[in-house]
Ligand binder design. Structure first.
Ligand SMILES: *Cc1c(COP(=O)(O)O)cnc(C)c1O
Length: 815
């Protein structure tokens, strides 16, 4: 297989370097923008992008990981990077995009460009499933569709590819032209158009015209006038519609529990397909794929046959509790080097067990010769700190000689499962990753504890997004402490802390010492502040390096009395400037200073206070007075100390509303989980972190006159249908949600509760929806925001989140 290759000096020309320092003319195979996700550092070119975080800060870590080629836009002391190549440009992102556009221009092949508000990734993956028996396809990995993701996707084009499918996503006007120049599609697919505001546009028209810029030069455009009306477009069009005439006109849709039969008119014939899905999104995505294949000239029967076998697309890694004290990361639906690198990074983030294990199948259809492929994989595995490797398949065995760790190999999944009893997994984080035909989901199933029907799903990417959103508001050098008290506002313990540690936050804070001890036992090494330290936990705090908040002279005394004289002990001082909960008052300060001066083994790491109404403009003058008190009182203490402690005041709404009061650090809480009561408009930039789901256990038709549940409180005026679901007040679903106050989403429809909420169950009025036992029910999430639930029972999102009981299993997603 031959491939276009580029040397660093060629790249320097292509991207029109201002200057370059070429030490040796390396061949470049990989482009990277994240120093943590590396496949082959020697042949990687690092672009220091000024994205969410300035990539120039990560040059040293990329260098430490073996990278020697850099594109940068700032002054850098190159002597710190011996034997490295540097290319200087004005704009590193534009350079990355120009390089990808140049690469694209080397190819003459059909390229499908997919854009739209929803469904891009599924449509792209399904087209891949439908077409890969006829073409060698290059496609965007996962949902790489951004200004950075698109060039990285297009860079993967290789000489023997015969078709490419790339997705493009935009969030503001002006972005699509850039993506269009990189993708240059010959076939365009517009999936759909959602509300304008959801993606940062003023009007639907503006959004549509921006998206259509992707299709400027296409020969064929596939879309639905249901969303756009009919479009004036110079190219050939192929339309589909559920409501009007179109090339593919859907005339009937019959949904069963796990499949849907669609009938459509196409060229005056009636066509029929049955797809293995029944939800609205999957039905629409299948219709788009159906239209695309017909438009590309496929025979109707061939398309119907392939559509009937569409398999689910999972882009997400799932972190689950495993048997024998293990954590399982399920990524059993795909295997290619790029997604393996991402999954291994996630494995590496898991600190809770001493051992990290990878179960990996043969990699299929990578287009690389086996010896090169598995040498790359072996290198990757050794870089990512894997302790134990288990290979599944015939080909992967060749990796054995290249790994210096415990290895085992099995011909197939069945052989592995047979050997499972003697494999002795214990206290391990296990990544299960493989190509679909190997059926590794059976391995995941055998290794995980049964998941109950009610689960709280936590989206780790949303947490990273929200963290970075607030980070971007901070002045440089301002540190960030993340509040992970109360089980991270109900969302998890080490699972969240691992991510925060990986994201390099500066501090964590918990309410009680035992929460901090649990994090230390799970391998978390970040500094941890304890807000309500019990003197009885002093010894544990010392041995687990936990730092107490000292809020009164009494608590100070009790610590002074017991701490060893020869040890430095880090503490934090809380000042009461108006909350009147915990904290030193101004009259205590001179005694406090005396005590600190006579006990120099107490080292004050930080001084802080808490705002009582940062979110509310009505109380702004009070907030200002709190800030003023804090500045004055903290200065008094700082003057008397030998070191300079960190000063911090702001919680989430403070970060949003009081940018001038950042001091040295901020304390992010609820914003991480997707809420900002100071700025509801911020919520658009924040992503939903938690989704609570349950299932239907029974469905009943009731005649008029019957009542439902305890106290006969539920009444169906004219009779109807109810569904019993597996969630009650013991799971955290408040009794106040009873009798129609609360709502849940079933099969895409919002339905009210009926009757009183019971301890472990409650009932829904589903008279208007087709439901079956086992159907999934969303209690809160994207379609039913927690803020709405909170206002239904006159509380705040904090309470809804932290009330979800510990018996509800948490499941973590990462993509
Ligand atoms: C919980 C807490 C925070 C975080 O508050 P949010 O409103 O959730 O951002 C900050 N500081 C202190 C002292 C807290 O107890």
């Amino acid at each position: 297989m031959s491939n276009i290759s580029y040397s660093i000096s060629q790249i320097s020309q292509i991207i029109a370097a201002k200057t370059a320092l070429i030490h040796s003319d390396n061949e470049i195979r990989f482009l990277i923008s994240d120093s943590r996700s590396l496949i082959d550092p020697v042949h990687s070119l690092f672009f220091a992008l000024l994205a969410q975080r300035d990539g120039h800060h990560f040059l040293a870590s990329a260098y430490a990981n073996g990278v020697r080629n850099f594109v940068i836009s700032k002054e850098v002391d190159v002597s710190a990077f011996p034997e490295s190549n540097f290319i200087w440009v004005d704009n590193t992102l534009a350079a990355l995009q120009n390089l990808a556009a140049h690469h694209r221009n080397q190819f003459q092949l059909p390229v499908i460009g997919v854009t739209g508000s929803n469904g891009k990734t599924i449509v792209k993956e399904w087209l891949y499933q439908l077409l890969n028996s006829d073409y060698r396809i290059c496609r965007s990995p996962k949902s790489f569709n951004s200004q950075i993701g698109v060039p990285l996707s297009v860079w993967q084009l290789q000489e023997d590819d015969s078709l490419a499918i790339f997705e493009a996503g935009i969030s503001r006007p002006g972005e699509m032209d850039l993506l269009a120049a990189i993708i240059k599609p010959s076939i365009g697919i517009l999936t759909n158009i959602g509300p304008a505001h959801a993606e940062g546009f003023y009007s639907l028209k503006e959004k549509l015209s921006e998206k259509l810029k992707l299709f400027k030069g296409v020969e064929l455009l596939i879309y639905s006038p249901d969303y756009t009306g009919s479009l004036e477009y110079p190219s050939k069009q192929f339309t589909w519609s559920k409501i009007g005439t179109a090339d593919l006109q859907i005339i009937s849709q019959q949904t069963a529990s796990n499949s849907t039969k669609l009938i459509a008119l196409f060229q005056n014939q009636q066509l029929e397909v049955t797809i293995p899905y029944s939800d609205d999104a999957s039905i629409e995505n299948s219709i788009i794929c159906w239209a695309a294949l017909l438009a590309m000239g496929y025979q109707a029967e061939v398309v119907a046959n392939r559509l009937s076998r569409l398999s689910p697309v999972s882009m997400r890694l799932v972190l689950l509790n495993g048997i024998d004290n293990c954590s399982i990361i399920d990524d059993s639906y795909s295997a290619d080097p790029a997604s393996l690198a991402i999954a291994l990074d996630f494995l590496k983030q898991q600190n809770q067990h001493p051992k990290r294990t990878l179960i990996l199948s043969d990699l299929l259809q990578t287009g690389k010769p086996d010896d090169q492929l598995y040498a790359e994989i072996a290198l990757l595995i050794s870089q990512k700190g894997v302790d134990r490797f288990i290979g599944i398949g015939e080909k992967i065995k060749i990796i054995a000689s290249q790994l210096n760790i415990e290895t085992q190999f099995f011909a197939d999944t069945a052989a592995f499962l047979q050997a499972l009893p003697i494999l002795k997994f214990q206290h391990e984080s296990i990544l299960v990753k493989g190509a679909r035909p190997f059926g590794l989901e059976k391995i995941t199933k055998a290794l995980t504890l049964k998941i109950h029907d009610t689960v709280l799903e936590i989206n780790l990417n949303a947490i990273s997004n929200n963290l970075n959103y607030y980070r971007n508001k901070l002045n440089s050098e301002v540190k960030i402490m993340v509040m992970v008290k109360a089980f991270s506002y109900g969302s998890g313990s080490f699972e969240i802390a691992n991510l925060l540690q990986f994201q390099k936050v500066d501090y964590l804070a918990v309410a009680y010492a035992d929460e901090g001890i649990a994090l230390r036992k799970a391998g978390i090494s970040l500094p941890i502040m304890v807000m309500s330290p019990e003197p009885s936990a002093l010894e544990a705090m010392i041995s687990y390096r936990l730092e107490p908040e000292i809020y009164s002279l009494e608590i100070l005394e009790s610590f002074v009395r017991f701490i060893p004289q020869d040890k430095i002990f880090d503490i934090h001082l809380k000042l009461d400037t108006g909350m009147h909960r915990l904290g030193f008052e101004e009259k205590d300060l001179s005694t406090l200073i005396d005590r600190l001066n006579s006990n120099r083994q107490l080292q004050v790491k930080s001084i802080f206070t808490h705002l009582v109404a940062a979110e509310n403009p009505v109380h702004d003058s009070f907030t200002l007075s709190q800030l003023e008190h804090f500045s004055r009182q903290s200065a008094k203490i700082v003057d008397a100390l030998p070191n300079k402690p960190l000063l911090h005041v702001l919680n989430t709404s403070g970060i949003s509303r009081w940018p001038d009061a950042q001091f040295n650090m901020v304390r992010l809480g609820i914003g991480l989980y997707g809420f900002d009561s100071a700025m509801p408009s911020n919520t658009r930039n924040l992503q939903t972190v938690a989704t609570l789901k349950t299932t239907i256990s029974q469905v009943k038709e009731l005649p008029k006159g019957e009542t439902i549940g305890y106290g006969r409180r539920g009444v169906l005026e004219n009779g109807g249908r109810i569904a019993t679901v597996k969630i009650g007040y013991a799971d955290g679903y408040d009794r106040r949600f009873g009798n129609g106050v609360g709502r849940m989403v079933v099969n895409g429809q919002i339905v009210p509760t009926i009757g009183a909420i019971c301890m472990d169950m409650c009932m829904l009025d589903v008279s208007s929806v087709a439901v079956e036992v086992g159907d999934e029910v969303q209690v809160f999430g994207e379609n039913l925001p927690i803020s709405q639930l909170a206002s239904q029972i006159e509380t705040i999102p904090y309470e809804i989140l932290t009330n979800v009981s510990q018996r509800v299993k948490r499941v973590y997603f990462y993509e």
